[in-house]
Design a protein around this ligand. Structure first.
Ligand code: NAP
Length: 289
């Protein structure tokens, strides 16, 4: 795959780091937006081994790399190497975007706002609602902190209850709302779904290669629930299919992915990228057109 715009000695560099990184959708998505705006930037991917994270961050300062996205497994460990971290990212405990401002590395979490924007854009009302989460990992942390102020109640069901309890304890320290952490099982799912307004899957179950699986039995879904699945590959997960067939309003993970990228782009460059184009590039990249 080639980047067919000219790179000169003045071209500024943006990048994503992760390990592995070859599957990342960020280079095609960001380079399409860069080209669309005719900017003298290029976006590349670096496979950074966890043992080399510190040196990579020092290298970004030395090479004056303007902006860095951070993905698995570095989102938590990267914080110790940053000069300043935005308060929401500190609460979440993870950074997915870094801006290099004249040698000062600033960290943010755009997954959080990216998800909240996607929910609002899809017509999901958050105010005073009960939200049921499945999963308590990095995505759940970012999403819960972004919506905690608006919603009334958050219940987290997770395979490992201690992980869910760790998340509700962090939320309780920051927001004065009702939180509950429980084991993910049929009984709890059935009981909690009855009066939930929003259901969010933030586990990896349903993602390729387990695309035919869903942790939520279809018979527990009812048409008054808004169902959001953070997974974007496949674009329509089994959970989303079941939810649509049950009359629910739904949203897949693609818009969250595009929004987090667009927010990073705007923060680095100060220009608004074409989100429709970014979305189209991801769909093409996934071979899902
Ligand atoms: P993570 O930190 O590794 O968390 C994974 C979560 O899935 C944990 O709660 C884990 O439970 C649960 N889980 C894993 N295997 C399970 C199983 N067999 N049965 C039940 N639960 C299981 O991962 P993450 O970063 O939060 O990502 C989670 C998903 O969100 C992924 O599919 C990722 O692609 C998606 N995501 C999407 C976006 C976007 O922009 N749309 C952004 C970030 C993430 P335990 O605590 O018990 O291990």
């Amino acid at each position: 795959m080639s980047v067919d715009f000219s790179i000169t000695g003045k071209t500024k560099i943006l990048c994503v780091i992760g390990h592995p990184i070859g599957h990342s959708m960020s280079p095609p998505m960001h380079n399409a937006a860069i080209r669309d705006l005719n900017l003298d930037y290029v976006y590349v991917a670096f496979d950074v081994h966890p043992n080399d994270l510190k040196y990579a961050l020092e290298g970004f300062k030395a090479l004056r790399i303007k902006g860095i996205n951070v993905t698995i497994p570095h989102k938590i460990n990267v914080i110790q190497y940053l000069d300043e971290v935005d308060p929401l990212a500190v609460q979440i405990g993870a950074v997915n975007t870094i801006k290099n401002e004249n040698g000062v590395l600033l960290g943010k979490n755009t997954d959080a706002l990216g998800c909240k924007m996607a929910l609002i854009e899809a017509g999901c009302k958050l105010m005073n609602k009960k939200v049921l989460f499945i999963g308590a990992g990095g995505a759940a942390r970012a999403i819960t902190f972004s919506i905690a102020e608006d919603v009334d109640q958050i219940v987290i069901l997770n395979r490992t209850v201690q992980h869910a309890k760790y998340l509700t304890t962090s939320l309780e320290k920051n927001f004065n709302k009702k939180y509950n952490a429980k084991e993910l099982n049929r009984e709890n799912l059935k009981k909690e779904l009855i009066n939930s307004d929003i259901l969010i899957n933030s586990t990896s179950i349903g993602m390729e290669p387990r695309a035919t699986e869903s942790l939520v039995p279809k018979e527990f879904l009812h048409s008054s629930i808004f169902v959001f699945d953070a997974i974007y590959n496949p674009l329509e997960t089994r959970l989303i299919k079941d939810a649509k067939e049950s009359g629910c309003r739904t949203l897949g993970g693609l818009d969250m992915l595009v929004n987090q990228g667009a927010l990073a782009f705007e923060w680095w460059i100060g220009k608004t990228p074409n989100k429709m184009l970014m979305k189209k590039k991801i769909i093409e990249f996934l071979g899902l057109k």
